[in-house]
Ligand binder design. Structure first.
Ligand SMILES: Cc1cc2nc3c(=O)[nH]c(=O)nc-3n(C[C@H](O)[C@H](O)[C@H](O)COP(=O)(O)OP(=O)(O)OC[C@H]3O[C@@H](n4cnc5c(N)ncnc54)[C@H](O)[C@@H]3O)c2cc1C
Length: 231
């Protein structure tokens, strides 16, 4: 809606998804939890299934804007908006979530293709996001305040049977996986991972922070989150 005011040419029409019941709700499907694309953050935070199985997603949703934004904002919008600072996006990457659209399933790892660009076709609708159950994920957002703050660094770390996933936002043109740090952890080299993550990211100076700060904070937050997912 913020962008809609400045789009030129002005859009001839806006499509309102809010009242489509098919795009609302949280449900179990086999060994996955599926969150419909237009379920607002408030519903995600209140869901007992999310609290039990995806506490890191509930934690991320609680940091988005403030109550007004949480009452209207959705996972579908956070994904399609594709801001590098989107707070749920590292969590989705750490869970290996799957983006379900009206025509296909897209691994979230391949969803972000460039600055505010996604794999979606222009007429493609996100209908849901699917999460695997039973994964331990830790989340941390670093912003200026507790509410109404765009992230300076936002990170989610998970431990999976295949290894550790490290996903970070606000440190590159897209939310990304820190592959170099993940590879160091395959060798059980925690200090190597902390060093490598500085090269995995491409932070910039902007109105919210500096590249130097973001690099240092990314390394500190990674150390903290690795501690909390230690088995
Ligand atoms: C004051 C304020 C504070 C904010 N704070 C934060 C914050 O702290 N963290 C954060 O991550 N974001 C924040 N945001 C950004 C925004 O609220 C979130 O990204 C939210 O998740 C967007 O969801 P929405 O449903 O409102 O999407 P909209 O804003 O309605 O849509 C965003 C884009 O996604 C597209 N879209 C929406 N749903 C779908 C769908 N199902 N399928 C395909 N395309 C779709 C729309 O066409 C549009 O291009 C903030 C915004 C404001 C105005």
């Amino acid at each position: 809606m913020v962008h809609a005011r400045t789009l030129r040419p002005e859009p001839e029409a806006l499509l309102d998804l809010w009242s489509l019941n098919e795009l609302k709700g949280v449900r179990r499907t086999g060994d996955m939890l599926e969150i419909a694309a237009a379920e607002p953050y408030t519903g995600i935070i209140a869901s007992p299934d999310v609290q039990q199985h995806l506490p890191a997603l509930a934690a991320a949703a609680r940091t988005i804007g403030a109550a007004q934004i949480q009452n209207r904002g959705t996972l579908g919008g956070n994904l399609a908006n594709a801001s590098p600072a989107g707070d749920t996006l590292p969590v989705l990457l750490a869970y290996d979530a799957v983006v379900v659209t009206d025509r296909r399933s897209i691994a979230v790892d391949t969803f972000f293709t460039g600055y505010r660009k996604t794999a979606l076709q222009s007429d493609e609708l996100i209908t849901a996001v699917r999460f695997p159950l039973g994964r331990q994920v830790a989340f941390r957002k670093v912003g200026t305040r507790a509410a109404q703050a765009i992230s300076k660094v936002v990170m989610a770390v998970s431990r999976t049977p295949e290894g550790v996933r490290i996903a970070i936002g606000s440190v590159a043109e897209v939310p990304l996986r820190a592959r170099g740090a993940e590879a160091a952890l395959e060798r059980n080299d925690v200090e190597g991972a902390i060093a490598a993550v500085a090269d995995d990211i491409r932070p910039i100076d902007d109105v919210r922070s500096t590249a130097v700060y973001r690099r240092a904070v990314t390394q500190g937050v990674l150390r903290e989150l690795l501690e909390s997912v230690r088995t």
